[in-house]
Ligand binder design. Structure first.
Ligand code: HPA
Length: 256
């Protein structure tokens, strides 16, 4: 599939274990990279990690910047720009998400098929850098169909049933209201989260191929009794990590 450089990766909330599993690991804390906005969210390690996974070069963002931390959309995608600078033409983005689709359950892994941007922000706002990509990038296949098919097959071989769905990106940091979740379901969203969308826009602008993988850490607001708590999100994410690490290792050898 022609991707020569390393595979880029972004590890979401509570999902940093893959970075620790690399051989020849080299870590650079974000604070040591000029111009990098520091990551502050609980559960985010905040470092760039390079190394080899199952024989393939990878460059990993372990922890990300979010709009809800007060960063601009342009700051949020500094990491994605760094992955591209280091030669990544393919990127796997992971996140923790709330399940809107009633067929989902906490613990499910979902391949993102498309997204809805309700963050109110776009990282390409402002003058376009023509060196990076076009003014008006196409988003018809923001999440590679071919990569999704490879991931689905890989999952099957591992006896993992990977679901597929549309991710809706919100600004946060408050969780959604039950009425908002009913609205998101009505407009076609299966998953909701506070990340990924700005990065995927920047990746597509730069011509990178994207695989998006959501870990359903909770059912979205109003679906089940009880409140949404970040510590529960991190707990479910950490329980899913072993499976996710195995899947990511299998995927890096097969994508591109
Ligand atoms: N809503 C928004 N973001 C999230 C959720 C949610 O329910 N779960 C994990 N990240």
């Amino acid at each position: 599939m022609g991707a020569e450089g390393p595979i880029g990766m972004v590890l979401g909330s509570g999902l940093g274990a893959f970075a620790e599993s690399l051989e020849n690991r080299f870590e650079t804390p974000y604070r040591d990279i000029a111009g990098w906005p520091p990551s502050t969210a609980e559960g985010h390690a905040g470092k760039l990690v390079t190394g080899r996974a199952s024989g393939r070069e990878v460059v990993v963002l372990s922890g990300r910047a979010h709009l809800y931390e007060g960063y601009t959309a342009q700051e949020v995608v500094v990491g994605m720009r760094e992955l591209a600078k280091r030669g990544a033409q393919s990127v796997i983005l992971t996140n923790a998400a709330g399940g809107i689709n009633l067929a989902y359950q906490p613990g499910d892994l979902v391949l993102i098929s498309d997204h809805i941007n309700l963050t109110g922000a776009n990282p390409l706002t402002g003058p376009n850098d023509d060196e990076l990509g076009p003014r008006f990038p196409d988003m018809c296949e923001a999440y590679s169909v071919a990569y999704r098919e490879i991931a689905r097959q890989t999952g099957e071989e591992m006896s993992l049933h990977l679901r597929e769905g549309v991710y809706c990106g919100m600004r946060g940091p408050s969780y959604e209201t039950p009425a908002e979740i009913r609205f998101l379901r009505a407009i076609g969203a299966d998953l909701v989260g506070m990340s990924t969308v700005p990065e995927v826009i920047a990746a597509n602008h730069m011509g990178m191929k994207v695989l998006g993988l959501s870990c359903v850490t909770n059912m979205a607001a109003g679906i089940l009794p009880g409140k949404l708590v970040h510590s529960d999100v991190l707990q479910i994410a950490s329980r899913m990590q072993d499976t996710l690490v195995k899947l990511l290792h299998a995927l890096v050898t097969r994508l591109g």
